[in-house]
Design a protein around this ligand. Structure first.
Ligand code: SAH
Length: 455
């Protein structure tokens, strides 16, 4: 039996899907964060459960050859870059393995279908979006940062290596403004205080910037002055928005947006198309990798000019619209009303006239479309992390029964679970391509081609 606080020597032999190192001590699995496969180290046990335990690094005896010197001093604290201490090569191997393991173990699918992972051209400054919680710092002044891993303690951000660099002067300007007027940060426990999150987007294809301040209230004092100050430090800002979120919730944005400068949206260029993006609409955070992802999805789809394409969980219409010129008709479905508004406008500004978009839950909307007699030859599915619900898979496989399904997923475990159901419902998995959209973090995206099995 392991004892808490005791120190043991061990070797890290694998990484969990969350990126924690695994070693075995007295035949018990011990999870140790911020380690690399091959590290020989002394581990201090911090928590012992029935079947496994948690430890932290006491000291490293022989470092793994995967290790690199972390280039960010908060990387072990903020919980974002859980792989910053290993080389990018080792990271890609880990991500490939994550997809492979989920596919084979959860999905029961032949692992040889998992193709090579598509690496990212850039591993720094690729994120076009930042949503930073606002809090009091140690000195009593307002600070902006990241929640520490598994906690709601804010760690001040200075020069996050993942973010677009244009965010840094905006952050500083906002902090100065908030401190000048002694504005109060939101406190979750007492549900009081005004400032919740500073949210920014940088459309890297057009160089347009959006700043959105999420507040527990209606109005920010001295809004005009803030606009003036922000525009002085960064003239590429196209819009500044106040988002009201007065709910006791972990959800970052509320439903109401009010523009205090500009039109309330920015426009980006992706795969040669223009996309208007509102604050509440989803948009891939790594634009150049998203282009690769969409190109793979398009190649997998092998669309024909007389075909109908259904894009489920379509966001602002990005995937479907980049394929609309290859088909007769495109339908898109998405639950966020602003995203559907964006999608309709995105069709217009790109001169696409064969697309229709519907707002609603993917399952219910797909069911409704099927009832209306709409047929689909190919269906794209790009759900959030929790994956599809079983009724949606049933509607897709039984009611639409398209010859191809292209599944784009940001979570290997729910993807594998869903692929298993597709497999049992008459679809065979043809190829799986992992794509690294989120370098240095533990997340990995995959694109999968499924085809209908003809009896
Ligand atoms: N395909 C888009 C968006 C993918 S992200 C793109 O590549 O940009 C997943 C999208 O699913 C988000 O826009 C989210 O708002 C939407 N969504 C979440 N739950 C949904 C549901 N139950 N029904 C329909 N859409 C949903």
């Amino acid at each position: 039996m392991l004892n808490k606080n005791q120190i043991y020597q061990a070797e890290i032999t694998g990484l969990t899907s969350e990126g924690n190192g695994v070693c075995h001590i007295d035949s018990m699995a011990v999870f140790v964060p911020n380690t690399a496969v091959g590290d020989i180290l002394n581990v201090r046990i911090v928590k012992v459960l029935k079947k496994y335990a948690f430890g932290i690094i006491e000291n490293i005896i022989t470092p793994s050859s995967d290790r690199v010197t972390p280039d960010c001093h908060i990387s072990t604290k903020c919980g974002g870059c859980i792989l910053r201490h290993i080389s990018y090569e080792a990271e890609l191997k880990f991500k490939y393995q994550r997809v492979y393991d989920a596919i084979t173990r959860i999905g029961g699918i032949d692992g040889s279908l998992v193709g090579e992972i598509v690496p990212s051209d850039s591993t720094i400054a690729y994120r076009n979006k930042a949503q930073l919680p606002i809090a009091y710092g140690k000195d009593g002044n307002i600070t902006v940062g990241f929640f520490a891993q598994r906690s709601h303690r804010v760690i001040p951000v200075d020069n996050c290596l993942l973010h677009s660099e244009v965010f840094n002067p905006i952050i500083d300007c906002f902090i100065d403004f908030a401190n000048k007027y002694k504005l109060t940060p939101y406190d979750e426990k007492s549900h009081s205080g005004l400032l919740r999150h500073l949210y920014m987007r940088h459309a890297m294809g057009t160089d347009e910037i959006m700043v959105c301040i999420i507040i527990n209230g209606k109005k920010l004092p001295h809004e005009e002055e803030l606009c003036e100050k922000l525009l002085t430090v960064e003239n590429r800002i196209k819009t500044i928005v106040i988002n009201k979120n007065c709910d006791k919730t972990n959800v970052i944005t509320g439903k109401e947006c009010r523009n205090i400068f500009g039109t309330g949206y920015i426009t980006d260029k992706l795969c040669g198309f223009l996309f208007r993006i509102s604050p509440l609409s989803f948009y891939q955070v790594n634009r150049s990798q998203a282009e690769k992802l969409y190109t793979i999805a398009k190649d997998f789809a092998e669309l024909q000019p007389d075909e109908t394409l259904l894009d489920l969980y379509c966001g602002t219409g990005t995937i479907g619209l980049t394929m609309a010129n290859y088909v007769k008709k495109l339908y898109g479905v998405e639950i966020i009303p602003q995203a559907i508004e964006d999608a309709k406008i995105n069709a217009k500004i790109n001169g696409i006239t064969n697309a229709e978009f519907f707002c609603g839950d993917a399952s219910l909307a797909a069911e409704k479309l099927a009832k209306q007699g709409i047929k689909a030859d190919c269906i794209i599915i790009d759900p959030p992390r929790k994956g599809c619900d079983a009724t949606l898979i049933e509607t897709v496989t039984k009611k639409f029964s398209p010859s191809r399904v292209v599944y784009v997923s940001c979570d290997p475990a729910t993807l594998a679970r869903d692929l298993k159901i597709f497999n049992e419902s008459g679809y065979s998995i043809k190829k799986i391509t992992p794509v690294d959209l989120f370098p240095r973090t533990g997340h990995v995206e995959s694109v999968v081609l499924l085809t209908k099995v003809h009896n």
